[in-house]
Design a protein around this ligand. Structure first.
Ligand SMILES: Nc1nc2c([nH]c(=O)n2[C@H]2C[C@H](O)[C@@H](COP(=O)(O)OP(=O)(O)OP(=O)(O)O)O2)c(=O)[nH]1
Ligand SMILES: [Mg+2]
Length: 139
């Protein structure tokens, strides 16, 4: 019998600045999918509403408070070692100035430059959805 691995439920935020830029964070080298850029977020706890998990993770990782968000896309992806369900939200308003609260590098990136960054494989449809939502034209 083939056992399916437990799928890890993750809440992640595409955080938009007032000027229209997007916040990316660099995953630590030693982490799963380390050395690649991510939309900040983390694992949803058992019984926790996803929007609550998003707000908690962004508070922990970036020291910001989410004041407005909307669901963008859900992506299910199987890595060789892990299966994830990424629940991705557009964060359209927040308070505080984001910092790498856990020592991670963070960077504001213009939507047109998103495709210059290396993301985990699961992020391909996410980046497409962000570009479509923001009206980024393919070159
Ligand atoms: N946050 C985030 N995780 C992503 C993205 N793309 C992607 O494949 N992942 C994967 C990597 C991890 O296997 C998982 C997220 O786990 P995480 O390391 O952020 O979880 P966490 O913040 O709760 O961290 P920890 O407490 O377990 O250390 O989802 C993304 O854009 N953002
Ligand atoms: Mg995380």
């Amino acid at each position: 019998m083939v056992m399916e691995k437990k799928r890890i439920h993750v809440a992640a935020g595409v955080i938009l600045s007032a000027g229209g830029n997007i916040l990316l964070a660099l995953r630590p080298q030693t982490a799963h999918q380390g050395g690649l850029w991510e939309f900040p977020g983390g694992k949803v706890e058992t019984g926790e509403p996803v929007a609550d998990a998003l707000a908690r993770e962004l508070r922990e990782e970036l020291a910001i408070s989410v004041t407005d968000c909307e669901q963008l896309i859900e992506v299910s992806h199987d890595y060789p070692d892990k299966s994830v369900l990424l629940d991705v939200w557009l964060v359209t308003a927040f308070t505080g100035e984001p910092v790498g609260n856990e020592g991670q590098t963070v960077r504001w990136v213009s939507p047109e430059k998103l495709s210059d960054y290396q993301f985990p494989a699961a992020n391909v449809p996410i980046v497409e959805a962000v570009e479509k939502h923001l009206g980024v034209q393919a070159l």
